[in-house]
Write a protein that binds this ligand. Structure first.
Ligand code: GDP
Length: 345
């Protein structure tokens, strides 16, 4: 699973990427033209921290999510290279400039949001028009034509595919197209240092709400500075800016939710760990994330919600209190379940 950082040149994609991953990247207009930085980021998780405090395990492992900086090389607008690169990722985070640029130009965040939306709609439209024309001619797939005609109407109305009500069968027919305007999208408003603690401008909040999109406000510059600081220097620095904690954690958690993963937890003296599992996965499939042998030999899952385990202090106590459930093959794993699998080898 990979999340692409997208947006106009100079919006702060490379700076956000550097702050997220702690990787040294080139920033500035046109920097890294045509290059794509790729980095993996741990998903902060207070549940894993609580379990680790209880078990004092040898190892603590967080879920991870991969970010890539789809910079493109252009100096203006969103270029073809960036649009093509977007097809290869599972979700998009649009970095939107909320600070005056080097030339002193004031930001125009709503316009940037609209611009990316328009570019993705046009890119999708190009594909759909061609395909619809073909299917109308050769009549080879009436079901596909029917749903593509709905999509065509939507795109012609300047609306993204995202937000359309499609059933499972229709989604299946469409999955190969990887529509850009259908990809989950999170907005990241990158504000100047003195605005980091202020609420987002109303116009941006409205633009996000009207589209049903999540919005995270941060100052990439501050996040980058924090990432390069030792932990004991951070609180004072944050306090002078009026911040309680870095925005990075909130941002990563929002991005993780975007790709529709939940965290299954495992806990014990060896390791406490969060495992990314697709929402809706049944127990054997979730077990397969740990090891294919466990999926193959699956017998049952012993499940306890993490809060109960923390509250009662051990699996045995949870069992006594009737909080530990025994679940079979059809069980759909829930976010925050602490799971112990029983399996045949
Ligand atoms: P990209 O083209 O979207 O990758 O943008 P960059 O990350 O390269 O940033 C463009 C310029 O804006 C660089 O000179 C950054 O130092 C600057 N910049 C990025 N984020 C911030 C921010 O939060 N505050 C301020 N003042 N400058 C920033």
């Amino acid at each position: 699973m990979k999340i692409g950082l997208v947006g106009l040149p100079g919006a702060g994609k490379s700076t956000v990427f550097g702050a997220l991953t702690g990787m040294a990247v080139e920033t500035g207009y046109g920097a890294g033209a045509g290059k794509q930085n790729l980095g993996t980021v741990k998903v902060p998780d207070a549940r894993v921290d609580a379990l680790a405090a209880l078990y004092q395990p040898k190892k603590t492992t967080y879920a991870e999510v991969a970010f890539t900086d789809l910079g493109g090389g252009g100096h203006t607008g969103i270029d073809r290279a960036q649009l093509n690169a977007m097809r290869e990722v599972d979700a998009l985070c649009q970095v939107v400039r909320g600070f005056p640029d080097a030339a002193g130009d004031p930001p125009d965040p709503v316009n940037e949001i609209v611009e990316l939306e328009t570019e993705t709609i046009l890119a999708d439209l190009e594909i759909v028009e061609r395909r619809v024309e073909r299917l109308r001619k050769d009549r080879s797939n009436p079901r596909e034509l029917e749903v593509l005609e709905q999509i065509l109407a939507r795109l012609e109305g300047e609306q993204p595919v995202r937000g359309m009500e499609l059933d499972e069968g229709q989604n299946k027919l469409l999955s190969g197209y990887r529509f850009l305007s259908a990809k989950p999208l999170l907005l990241v408003l990158n504000v100047s240092e003195d605005q980091a603690a202020a609420p987002a401008p109303g116009s941006v909040v409205e633009a996000a709400e009207a589209r049903g999109l999540g919005l995270v406000v941060l100052s990439a510059q501050i996040e980058m500075d924090i990432a390069q600081m030792s932990p004991d220097e951070q609180p004072e620095f944050l306090a002078t800016l009026g911040l309680e904690e870095p925005a990075k954690n909130r941002f990563i958690q929002a991005a993780y939710q975007l790709i529709d993963l939940i965290s299954m937890l495992t806990a014990g003296p060896d390791e406490c760990r969060a495992w990314p599992v697709p929402r809706g996965a049944k127990a054997p499939r979730a077990a397969g994330k740990i090891h294919s042998d466990i999926e193959r030999g699956f017998i049952r899952a012993e499940v306890v919600p993490w809060q109960d385990l923390i509250e009662l202090g051990s699996e045995a106590k949870c069992r006594e209190a009737g909080k530990l459930r025994v679940e079979g093959k059809e069980y759909v794993v829930q976010d925050g379940d602490v799971v112990h699998f029983r399996f045949n080898v």
